[in-house]
Design a protein around this ligand. Structure first.
Ligand code: 4AD
Ligand code: MG
Length: 464
């Protein structure tokens, strides 16, 4: 008999013989009958297994505790109990694996902190099952979106010799013997004997290579892991996170904003349409406003305003509305999460795209505005999250780019190939990066980024 998944079983009409396999969530009952709630990860919902005591010996039933893995053959029947349409009247049970009383997920209602300590088992909880299924659905929605628009999925390298954009401290990659590091005559590490013959790191962004792709294929996107070694122990930062970076030839900043807004809305709509059970569970369990917030984002156009206008609103809030921020506000500051969230959650009450930031606080490759002070940057700011997307129109002029690089005293030795894009057939182009886990925080309502990735990497934490 072919095994059916719980999701398929729950959608069947009663009256057929079935085979189900999964893990026991709970077992209850009396000496005549036991009820097992079985889950196999295909859906948040369990299927109920009814076991008559006359059919099963006591020893076997004892082996079937919370966490055990079993296969059940039986008849799918209409359920008498409330809460489910069908259940399985069991005829045969095979125990694949028992789980004794030390199984840590005996009870419901463990704290998120505790579950992080057992990240190897937490996917078996309702919450993480829901989050991980939504994570999968969002990855699919992202590929679907770009594929339908004719974008090419470009695989950019994870190991790099360039410091993309100074987005953050980098993790070094080396095969040198750290107990016996070869040195040059002037006492520096001799990377010429390292694996790549030079100093290399894990990438902080695929953008620079993404731009090379856009100058050949037109529209590309990357979707892969990204590494930042800054010691920011916050609920919104990971040392290893996933980023989606589209890069488009012939797009200006306006086209870039339009794409970003359409893209996020596509993902949110996909989640509402395809992950209804999981989102409803998270809404009911954790965040009663989750569904309303997701629907709200689809309804409204994102607000678009310049950094300079944004700063004025923040200054006005401090001067005239009694708002207090931890970090001072003034033109030139790098916005803190509290500032971003004030604009989004208090002032506008919808997502905001902030543009035209001071050049000093943004990366070297952003296109300079005519004022000579601001660059054509865009950050998309979201309720509860703050920055979810960072992007810009790119400087396409070789001359201007070389001047910025010189002004910033950047090392151009590793960037010659990037500058070649401006040397040979340069074109106006734009792109952005969406933090995949930040999107997932928004869609699931989880408030800590560690709870939307299966195995989080943060300072002092690389277990599992
Ligand atoms: O704003 P960022 O640093 O932009 C870039 O990396 C550009 N190269 C993107 C581009 O234009 N192609 O990062 C982009 C997004 C942020 O908005 C945020 O959502 C996410 O990546 N992000 C992080 N997510 C989790 N943990 C971290 N440490 C993150 N740092 C950035
Ligand atoms: Mg940014």
């Amino acid at each position: 008999m072919k095994r059916l998944k719980v999701k398929e079983l729950l959608a069947l009409e009663p009256g057929c013989d079935v085979l189900a396999k999964g893990w026991v969530r709970t077992k209850r009952g009396n000496k005549n009958v036991s009820f097992i709630a079985l889950n196999d990860g295909s859906t948040i919902n369990n299927i109920q297994i009814v076991c008559d005591a006359v059919k099963f010996d006591e020893e076997l039933m004892k082996q079937i505790g919370t966490g055990a893995c079993i296969a059940v053959k039986g008849r799918l029947v209409a359920s008498m109990g409330s809460g489910q349409a069908v259940e399985i009247q069991a005829d045969e049970i095979e125990v694949y694996g028992t789980a004794d009383a030390t199984y840590p997920l005996q009870k419901k209602g463990h704290s998120m902190e505790f579950l992080r300590e057992i990240a190897h088992l937490r996917p078996r909880t309702n919450t993480f099952g829901a989050v991980l299924r939504i994570r999968h659905a969002m990855a699919f929605a992202i590929h679907d979106f770009f594929n339908s628009k004719g974008f090419c999925y470009l695989h950019t390298p994870l190991i790099t010799a360039s410091d993309a954009e100074g987005a953050g401290a980098m993790f070094q990659v080396t095969t040198l013997d750290l107990d016996n590091v070869p040195k040059t005559e002037d006492g520096k590490v001799d990377f010429s004997s390292d694996f790549f013959g030079r100093q290399t790191s894990l990438t902080v962004s695929g953008q620079l290579e993404g731009e090379l792709g856009a100058m050949a294929l037109g529209d590309i996107y990357t979707f892969g892991p990204t590494f930042r070694a800054e010691n920011s122990n916050t609920p919104r930062h990971l040392a290893e996170f996933w980023m989606i970076e589209p890069e488009m030839a012939f797009y200006d900043i306006k086209d870039n904003m339009d794409l970003a807004e359409e893209f996020i809305k596509h993902c949110v709509r996909y989640a509402l349409d395809n992950c209804a059970d999981d989102i409803k569970f998270l809404n009911d369990m954790f965040d009663k406003e989750l569904i309303a917030r997701l629907q709200g984002v689809l309804k409204d156009s994102f607000v678009r305003l310049t950094y300079t206008e944004g700063i004025k609103i923040l200054e006005d809030a401090v001067a005239n509305k009694g708002v207090k921020f931890e970090y001072p506000v003034g033109w030139g500051i790098d916005l803190q999460s509290e500032h971003e969230r004030y604009l989004v959650e208090q002032h506008f009450r919808k997502p905001v795209i902030l543009t035209d930031y001071p050049k000093e606080i943004k990366a070297f490759y952003m296109k300079m505005n005519d004022d000579g002070k601001t660059v054509r940057a865009m950050d998309v700011l979201f309720p509860k999250i703050g920055e979810i997307i960072g992007g810009s129109q790119r400087e396409e002029s070789l001359e201007k780019l070389e001047k910025v690089i010189a002004d910033r005293k950047m090392d151009t030795r590793n960037l010659w190939w990037y500058l070649d894009t401006r040397r040979f057939g340069t074109a106006p182009h734009s792109g952005f990066g969406l933090g995949f886990e930040r999107l997932l925080m928004f869609v699931t309502g989880m408030t800590n980024i560690r709870d939307v990735i299966p195995f989080p990497r943060t300072p002092k934490n690389a277990e599992f």
